[in-house]
Design a protein around this ligand. Structure first.
Ligand code: FAD
Length: 365
C-alpha cells in the first residue's frame, strides 16, 4: 500500500477505474484533484445514465434507449412576437380540406410573414389573436395552432407559415343552440388579403430529432396532422444539405370518414414515392371495422400492428409523437399495451421511461 497521500489517491483511482473496466493514464501529472477525479466521476455519471431506463417487467423485451438524450431543438426560436405586440401578417390563401361527404370544416391557411422576423421550426405552434372583444369587453386572448408547414413554408421561400384549422362547432348544453368557436371561425372565414395577428412561435415538445436516421412514429386525429405534415414535407419533399431523412416514418391517422382524411392526396403521393421509408395507416371509424366487428379507431390499428411497432419502438432512435384530440392518449395506451403485453412488459412504465428519454411526445387539445 502506498504511503504518500497522492500515491494512495492514484492507487484508489486505479482500482476504481479497473472496476469500471477502464485504464487511467497516471503518468500525466495532475494539475489539480479535479483533473484526476474527473474521468472516473464522468464514467460513473454515464454509467448511471446508462442504467436500464425502462426495464419495467421486461422479462423478454430488450431494454429501450440506454442514455438520457438531450432534448431535440434546444435552440428553437421562442416568442419572437408577444401578445402585446403581435406580428401582423396577411392571409394568402384559405382552402377547405374536408371533401364532399365529410363532416365539419377544416381549412388550410397560408399566411405571409415576409415583413417581419418571425421564424419557426417544425413541430412548433403560433398564437392567433382573433379580432374583437370577449363577453367582458376585453380583447380576445390568443389561441394556439400547430404549424402545418416546414420552416421554409409551403412556397419554399421562408416567407410563409401555414395552419390547419378546424372550425369549432358544438351545441350549448343548456340552450341547445349552435355555438361557433371564436378564433377558429375567425380563421376559417378569413378572406385572402386580410390581416392576421400572430404571436410566437412556441413549443418544444413536438420538435423533430435532428438525426436524419431517427425513426418517427406519428399518431394523429383530425387537425393533429398539422405538425406531421411539416415533418413529412421536411423528410420527403424538401432537399437539405444537413438533413436527408433515412429512417422509417409511420403515420397513423384517425378520422370518421374518408373525406375527412386531411391532406390525403399529398400523403398518398409521398407513400407511393417513398414506400421503403414512409408507412401510412388510416383508422376510419365510421367506415372500417376492427377485428371484433366494432368501429375502427386508432388504437385498433395500433394493436393490429403491435409486433412491427414494438420492434421499432425499442430502437433507441425511435421517437413517437401523438397529436390531436384530448383524450386520444388513452386509446393509444390500449393499443400499445397489446404490443407490450406480448413481450411481458408493463406498458405504462415503458412509456414513462421513453418520455424521460425524450422520445415520447404528446400534444393534445
Ligand atoms: P372558443 O370560442 O375559445 O371556444 C372554446 C370553448 O368552447 C371551450 O373552452 C369550451 O368552454 C367550449 N366548448 C368547446 N366544445 C364544447 C362542447 N362540445 N360542449 C360545450 N362546450 C364546449 N386547433 C386546430 O384547429 N388546429 C390546430 O392545429 C390546433 N393546434 C393546437 C395546438 C395547441 C398546442 C393547442 C393548445 C391547441 C391547438 N388547437 C388547434 C386548438 C385551438 O387552440 C383552439 O382551442 C380551437 O380552435 C378553439 O378555439 P375557438 O376560439 O374557436 O373556440
Amino acid at each position: 500500500m502506498a504511503n504518500n497521500p497522492l500515491d494512495r489517491i492514484k492507487e484508489d483511482l486505479q482500482n476504481l477505474a479497473k472496476a469500471a473496466g477502464k485504464t487511467l493514464n497516471m503518468d500525466v501529472k495532475p494539475e489539480s484533484f479535479d483533473d484526476v477525479i474527473a474521468p472516473v466521476v464522468e464514467q460513473k455519471a454515464s454509467e448511471k445514465a446508462a442504467a436500464p431506463a425502462a426495464t419495467a417487467s421486461a422479462a423478454k423485451a430488450e431494454e429501450p434507449a440506454k442514455k438520457k438524450k438531450p432534448k431535440p431543438g434546444a435552440n428553437a426560436p421562442i416568442n419572437i412576437y408577444r401578445p402585446k405586440d403581435p406580428y401582423v401578417g396577411k392571409c394568402l390563401s384559405n382552402e377547405e380540406l374536408v371533401r364532399e361527404g365529410g363532416e365539419g370544416t377544416v381549412k388550410h391557411l397560408i399566411f405571409d410573414i415576409s415583413g417581419g422576423d418571425l421564424e419557426y421550426i417544425e413541430g412548433q405552434s403560433i398564437g392567433i389573436i382573433p379580432e374583437g372583444t370577449d363577453d367582458n369587453g376585453k380583447p380576445h386572448k390568443l389561441r394556439l395552432y400547430s404549424i402545418a408547414s416546414t420552416r421554409h413554408g409551403d412556397h419554399l421561400d421562408d416567407k410563409t407559415v401555414s395552419l390547419c384549422v378546424r372550425q369549432l362547432e358544438y351545441k350549448d348544453p343548456e340552450t341547445n343552440e349552435k355555438v361557433l368557436g371564436v378564433c377558429s371561425t375567425h380563421l376559417c372565414n378569413m378572406e385572402p388579403g386580410s390581416d392576421v395577428k400572430i404571436t410566437g412561435p412556441v413549443g418544444k415538445e413536438m420538435l423533430l430529432p435532428d438525426d436524419p436516421t431517427a425513426n418517427v412514429i406519428m399518431i394523429a386525429t383530425g387537425t393533429g396532422i398539422a405538425p406531421f405534415r411539416a415533418y413529412l414535407w421536411r423528410m420527403f419533399k424538401e432537399q437539405h444539405a444537413d438533413y436527408a431523412f433515412r429512417g422509417t416514418a409511420w403515420l397513423f391517422f384517425g378520422c370518421a370518414y374518408t373525406p375527412n382524411i386531411l391532406y390525403k392526396k399529398e400523403l398518398e403521393e409521398l407513400q407511393e414515392t417513398f414506400p421503403n421509408n414512409f408507412k401510412l395507416s388510416y383508422a376510419i371509424s365510421r367506415e372500417q371495422k376492427n377485428s371484433e366487428g366494432g368501429k375502427m379507431y386508432i388504437q385498433h390499428r395500433i394493436a393490429e400492428n403491435a409486433d412491427a411497432l414494438w420492434d421499432l419502438i425499442q430502437q433507441e432512435k425511435t421517437h413517437t409523437y401523438i397529436c390531436g384530440l384530448k383524450g386520444m392518449e388513452g386509446g393509444i395506451d390500449e393499443g400499445m399495451s397489446v404490443a407490450a403485453d406480448k413481450n411481458n412488459v408493463n406498458w405504462e412504465e415503458y412509456r414513462k421511461a421513453m418520455k424521460k428519454e425524450h422520445r415520447w411526445h404528446v400534444e393534445t387539445y
